[in-house]
Design a protein around this ligand. Structure first.
Ligand SMILES: [Ca+2]
Ligand SMILES: [Ca+2]
Ligand SMILES: [Ca+2]
Length: 739
């Protein structure tokens, strides 16, 4: 989960010479000067080495070959006024020769920190097109710029531009998502013996008849819907349909109600086995420091990233930020966190825990065994999920401060680029300086927890690695006790996500729990029992995540065999937490076990929904009560299509699914030569705060579930990350295990 502030470019304005602006409606005000390039290019600027030439009344440039970022080559105009709350229409005509080169059209700040207020990235054609966009400014400034950023191409090409316009005072654009039929189903598969519910969006307030049809169109079941009133999470009047009495397997079923036919779905369990594998193979193509092989992942091959081969400066010998340390570390390997090239110990921690926990809890370890994930280690006799998690663990171990250095045993919070890069950008093409950021108590405890957990799980396969991990965990825990308040700051977000966390009692608790479970030592038990977190009600309306890790410790104390005094209460607390989520889910007309305060959906809400299901599934493991298992099954429906937007959030699963997640290398939307994210990639999902300009331009005023858009520029609703896919893999693995 990364807060990516898109960078823009600072370039020097030309001198003002102001011909008349194009004609516009009386109450609409043109902000661009000389957008028609009548007799000169003033006051437009262009980047060095790319002078503007006027041809046929257009501004044309020869874009040089071999630049990295979009903003390395640009044409623009500064001193643009913007007023907060005002809606603008941004339009221009442009052509590109040869076809297909992408121009990043922005309205942004012309000075540091170069915030982008709006952006669009059309692929240009030789014949040229007119482009027009509407957005509402969130800021008031006299220092905005409009620009077309055209860098990042290996080859030279030609751009011509005309009739550039930014008109204020236009009516706001009302974005209406295409949500298809009003009968909302799990578009992938219901389980033959599981619950089968759908949600009908309708104006009707009395019950309506429904029919379940098989692939041949024959009605195989029928009944009546149940009115549910207005659903707060979507603002829609809805009814629910329960066809759980039908249990036959098959493909191509549809539900018909209120004159609408749902998208098709299966009734079968097998697809969850495939999704378990796909959700986990996501990690291989996130790997840093390793070539991604075409034979293992057709369509996703790429050179190794950040291995000290130009233009990468590499992760083989990375310095600290200025003043932070005087040594360099080899921090190659690990997973790229998300759509950026950063690597963050805290997010690596919860992701690794969730993979290892998935393996530790499963009743069917063979399903996660050697040869299950198509990775380079698929024939080494070690379960593939452990091989994949080890790729990250080895990186996290490298982030620990070496003995003899100041703060030895503590762990650097993160390593990433000194400055933000643009999209698209393959990992091996990132030219930025990489930097280690200060150590933090949270990162140190994340290593302590996951390395301790690893010690007990890898012992069977590699005693030396298990011993090394346990020693590192002990060292880290001791160092954290001596440095209990070194907090990562929210402000440390230049070039990478901040991952600030100033509440670490949860991380202390989790680390003590894992160390106790792997060693049985009394001192760790004493720390667990002395922690207020041990008995606190940690299962609230939100969910556990990278910053709130108490649940990881609590779940493991409940489920991994141990002799902790009072363990029955620990187990009971999981069941009590699950009861709360069950209550929320039962009351929810879309069957979601997530009800944030004031209907403010959080960043990465899909992963929070899934992490609540982890608690519910664990309650099933503890209690054996079928209602918990049933709730987990139903919880998958929302993610796979039974939602207000009528789409699956898992790439490649469901008739309509997220496919344009924010990523620098699964950037097909920006470069036809790059792939979409691989099958089984989870999108972040509805986020009421819509922090990115693209989402703001489309979704301002959105209600709950509607605060999502499947566009690569929407980094606050549509990124992909290692900690979101770990939640997906965990829950899907549970579901697959039951069948
Ligand atoms: Ca012109
Ligand atoms: Ca293996
Ligand atoms: Ca914390």
């Amino acid at each position: 989960m990364i807060r990516t502030l898109s960078a823009a470019v600072l370039l020097v304005a030309g001198l003002i010479a102001a011909p008349a602006a194009p004609a516009v409606a009386a109450d609409e005000v043109e902000q661009v000067v000389n957008g028609g390039f009548g007799t000169s290019a003033d006051p437009w600027w262009s980047t060095a080495g790319m002078p503007i030439a006027l041809r046929d009344g257009k501004a044309c440039v020869d874009v040089p070959a071999g630049t990295v970022n979009r903003w390395d080559a640009a044409v623009g105009q500064n001193d643009i006024d913007l007023v907060a709350g005002e809606t603008y229409r941004y339009s221009f005509t442009a052509s590109g020769d040869p076809d297909g080169h992408v121009a990043r059209a922005i309205v942004g700040l012309s000075v540091s920190p170069y915030d982008t207020y709006f952006e669009a990235s059309p692929a240009l054609t030789v014949s040229g097109d007119t482009y027009s966009y509407t957005f509402t400014s969130a800021v008031t400034t006299a220092q905005a710029q409009v620009a077309l950023q055209v860098g990042g191409s290996a080859d030279a090409w030609g751009l011509c531009l005309d009739d550039v316009s930014l008109v204020g005072g236009v009516p706001p654009e009302v974005y209406v998502p295409d949500t298809g039929p009003r009968v909302r189903v799990n578009q992938v598969a219901y389980l033959p013996r599981g619950p089968k519910k759908a949600t009908l969006v309708t104006a009707a307030t009395t019950r309506l008849p429904w029919q379940l049809k098989n692939a041949a169109g024959a009605t195989v079941a029928r009944g009546y819907s149940v009115p549910r009133g207005v659903d707060a999470s979507s603002g829609q009047n809805v009814q629910t349909i329960d066809f759980g009495g039908y249990r036959k397997r098959g493909t191509g079923f549809t539900l018909v109600a209120d004159g609408e036919t749902s998208r098709p779905f299966d009734i079968d369990a097998a697809v969850y086995e495939q999704l378990r594998a796909d959700a986990l193979t996501f990690y291989y193509t996130q790997r840093s420091g390793l070539e991604i092989r075409a034979d293992l992942r057709p369509g996703y091959a790429r050179p190794a990233g950040h291995v000290d081969a130009a233009p990468n400066l590499g992760d083989g010998s990375v310095p600290c930020q200025s003043g932070v340390c005087d040594y360099r570390l080899d921090v190659t390997g690990g997973w790229y966190d998300a759509g950026d090239h950063g690597k963050y110990v805290v997010n690596g921690g919860i992701s690794t825990w969730e993979l290892l926990n998935q393996y530790e809890r499963t009743a069917e370890p063979a399903k996660l065994g050697d040869g299950t994930l198509r990775i380079p280690e698929s024939a080494n006799k070690v379960p593939d999920i452990l091989d994949e998690a080890r790729w990250e663990l080895e990186f996290m171990l490298k982030m620990q401060v070496p003995a003899g250095k100041p703060l030895a045993g503590m762990v650097h919070h993160k390593i990433h680029d000194a400055n933000w890069t643009g999209l698209p950008l393959l990992p091996n093409l990132d030219p930025q300086q990489r930097e280690l950021h200060p150590v933090s108590t949270a990162a140190t405890l994340n290593l302590a927890a996951t390395a301790a957990q690893a010690a007990r799980l890898y012992r069977r396969y590699d005693r030396a690695f298990a011993a090394k991990a346990l020693a590192a965990a002990r060292t880290a825990y001791t160092a954290a006790l001596a440095n209990p308040a070194r907090y990562a700051l929210d402000s440390d977000g230049t070039g990478g996500g901040a991952y600030g966390d100033s509440k670490v009692d949860d991380d202390f608790y989790w680390a003590a729990a894992e160390l106790y479970l792997s060693t049985g030592e009394k001192k760790y038990a004493a720390d667990i029992l002395a922690s207020p977190v041990h008995t606190a009600d940690i299962f609230g309306a939100g969910a556990f995540d990278w910053a709130s890790t108490a649940a990881a410790g609590r779940l493991d104390l409940a489920l991994v065999p141990n002799k902790l005094p009072g363990r029955n209460q620990v187990r009971a607390s999981i069941v009590a937490g699950a009861e709360k989520y069950l209550k929320i889910q039962t009351a929810h007309p879309y069957g979601v076990a997530y009800a944030p305060a004031n209907n403010m959906w959080d960043w990465g809400s899909n992963s929070l929904i899934l992490n609540n299901l982890v608690v519910v599934a664990s309650a099933y493991d503890i209690s054996g009560r079928d209602k918990f298992r049933t709730a987990v099954y139903e919880g998958m429906d929302y993610l796979l299509g039974r939602n207000a937007l009528n789409q699956s959030y898992v790439t490649g699963y469901g008739e309509v699914s997220s496919k344009n997640q924010h990523s620098r290398w699964y950037a097909h939307q920006l470069d036809a030569n790059l792939p979409n994210p691989p099958r089984g990639s989870l999108a972040g999902g509805a986020n009421s705060s819509i922090q990115d300009p693209y989402a703001q331009s489309k979704l301002t005023g959105c209600v709950g579930q509607f605060c999502y858009i499947d566009d690569i520029q929407s980094w606050s609703t549509n990124e992909l990350t290692i900690n979101w896919n770990s939640a997906l893999a965990w829950v899907v693995s549970f579901v697959a295990d039951q069948n």
